[in-house]
Design a binder for this molecule. Structure first.
Ligand code: C2E
Ligand code: MG
Ligand code: MG
Ligand code: MG
Length: 276
């Protein structure tokens, strides 16, 4: 049987591989074109004070309006962006667009004076030489108070060329922008390297929030992260809050801010405005 299936098995496998490779290549071609065609857009997920539900910020999350495949999320195209190095161009665009949008909102809604916009930055972008200068120029151009911008990076930033990354983070902090570790607790940074870094904020990963009420180990981890953040004077935001029970428990544990479907998903700018 193995013999009989073997030959045709290989043919099927080859074909599947071929189709996959072709799709991948198509995605890469489309991705390059997407810049010219202005197909990227940002959705904004509200970040709220857990106690009151008051809006304090928004996380910019990139989307791609693909001409054939519809609206794609980061998981559909970030791998290609990373492999091709185009993530640098994408993140530069995201940063520019988020600053433009924030500036627009600040002008249109004076009550949003304190609103902070969080932007995700790939570790490679974070390490690029132009990063500090780009951020500086954007703040200047838009006359934005630096504290209204917060950059989110995952812990992997500590992994590659640590000294360089640290210098880079210090320079960004010196500009006055906020720096948050995204998905905290899932990466590889030592607490020591983190404690010595310029980060002023942490985001508790949603895997710990998801089963907070049923998993005592995850609850212990969250409690520890909250204590750690408090002692170091860090701003703490919990991600992926979907239920009232999770919100209550996070409040009891002492977490001040959060985001998640319980409050709102990531929204197109016009829908975000309607919620204001
Ligand atoms: P992240 O920065 O940890 O963002 C949170 C993700 O969780 C977002 O997914 C968000 O839509 C989703 N989320 C929010 N609330 C809930 C909830 O209550 N339940 C669940 N199950 N999920 C929730 P999204 O938009 O698909 O983004 C995925 C990841 O892609 C982000 O994770 C971030 O690492 C990356 N990303 C997004 N935008 C950018 C960008 O502009 N540049 C870079 N380099 N990465 C980005
Ligand atoms: Mg994030
Ligand atoms: Mg996250
Ligand atoms: Mg993530």
């Amino acid at each position: 049987r193995a013999k009989a299936a073997g030959k045709s098995g290989y043919v099927v496998f080859d074909e599947a591989m071929h189709v996959q490779a072709r799709q991948r290549l198509q995605l890469e071609t489309d991705f390059r074109l997407a810049f010219e065609r202005a197909e990227f857009l940002l959705h904004y997920q509200p970040i709220v004070e857990l106690k009151t539900g008051k809006l304090v910020g928004a996380e910019a999350l990139v989307r791609w309006q693909h001409p054939k495949r519809g609206l794609l999320g980061p998981n559909d195209f970030l791998p290609v962006a990373e492999e091709t190095g185009l993530i640098i161009d994408l993140d530069s665009w995201v940063l520019r667009e988020a600053c433009r949008q924030l500036t627009h909102w600040r002008k249109a809604y004076p009550a949003l004076d304190g609103l902070v916009v969080n932007v995700n930055v790939d570790e490679r972008q974070m390490a690029s030489k132009e990063m500090v200068e780009d951020v500086f120029h954007l703040l200047q151009t838009h006359q934005l108070p630096p504290s209204r911008l917060r950059l989110e990076v995952t812990e992997t930033v500590f992994r590659s060329g640590r000294k360089h990354a640290e210098a880079q983070l210090d320079s960004l902090r010196a500009l006055g922008v906020g720096l948050a570790v995204d998905d905290f607790g899932t990466g590889y940074s030592s607490l020591e390297s983190f404690a010595a870094s310029a980060f002023d904020a942490l985001k508790v990963d949603q895997i710990f929030v998801r089963d907070l009420e049923t998993n005592p180990r995850h609850r212990a981890i969250v409690r520890t992260i909250i204590g750690f953040a408090k002692d170091l004077g860090l701003l703490l935001t919990a991600e992926g809050i979907e239920t009232e029970g999770q919100r209550q428990m996070l409040l009891e544990l002492g977490c001040e801010y959060g985001q998640g479907y319980l409050f709102a998903q990531a929204l197109p700018p016009d829908e975000f405005e309607q919620r204001l």
